[in-house]
Design a binder for this molecule. Structure first.
Ligand code: SAH
Length: 226
């Protein structure tokens, strides 16, 4: 699948990082990521544009990296598992909570039709917007605000992905999920959660635990206190 609306020069000057990116994709494949669309997205999105200069030389290592304001860009393997679980086809309208660096937003942009992303830290939201522009991602929009309230203006969403761990599934997010939509969120205590898949079908809401996760806290009205 070709990522939508990414300009040919998106990877930057002559694509110096192409080889590193190919190696990252190989690392993901060896660890069991088999979803071809997901692997293709990792092969095409320039992660180095989403990390601070100080750690740019490590941009294609399969590790989480600091992005400022006490936040991190997640480990690619974790993101790949997460994205594969959403089973996107390229036609979806997606809501992401916790833009962070914007890297995952760009991956989602390559895997879905449109992406709306909410970030509560204003400086991160601004930096992410800039990086996304530089990467040539035009089917994504970033909002500064409390993502536990969702983004009602564009609801309902076919998929919702929460990149921070909350004490419960925020009710507004369930309400903004389309019929047959999928919502992924780490639920539990600060520092130790269960990655939870919430599915909405004709019978109602189902919650399926997918394993342990460790994400930064989801802070907001339907999350933890700041
Ligand atoms: N996936 C991101 C990393 C996300 S880290 C990446 O690829 O870089 C989690 C982010 O969630 C942090 O930036 C944090 O500020 C944000 N966050 C925490 N609570 C939030 C809330 N209520 N609404 C929006 N963003 C929130």
């Amino acid at each position: 699948m070709v990522p939508r609306r990414l300009s040919p020069g998106a990877s930057g000057g002559g694509d110096t990082y192409g080889g590193y990116r190919a190696r990252l994709v190989e690392t993901l494949r060896v660890q069991g990521i088999r979803d071809l669309a997901v692997l293709k997205a990792f092969a095409e999105i320039p992660r180095h544009l989403f990390v601070p200069e100080a750690v740019r030389h490590r941009a294609y290592e399969d590790v989480a990296l600091p992005i400022g304001n006490g936040q991190t860009i997640s480990q690619p393997f974790t993101q790949a598992r997460y994205l594969a679980a959403l089973r996107l086809t390229g036609r979806e309208k997606v809501l992401e909570i916790g833009t962070g660096s914007g890297y995952q937003t760009a991956l989602l942009g390559a895997l879905a039709a449109t992406v709306f992303s909410v970030e509560r830290v204003e400086t991160l939201a601004r930096a992410a917007q800039q990086a996304l522009r530089l990467a040539g991602a035009t089917n994504v929009s970033v909002l500064h605000g409390d993502g536990t309230l969702g983004w009602s203006a564009y609801a309902p969403y076919d998929a919702i992905l929460v990149a921070a761990g909350g004490p419960e599934v925020p009710r507004p997010l369930v309400e903004q999920l389309a019929p047959r939509g999928r919502l992924l969120i780490p639920v539990g205590a600060r520092g130790a959660q269960t990655l939870t898949l919430v599915e909405r079908d004709d019978a109602g809401i189902r919650q399926i635990p997918l394993g342990e996760a460790r994400f930064v806290p989801l802070v907001g009205e339907h999350g933890f206190d700041a």
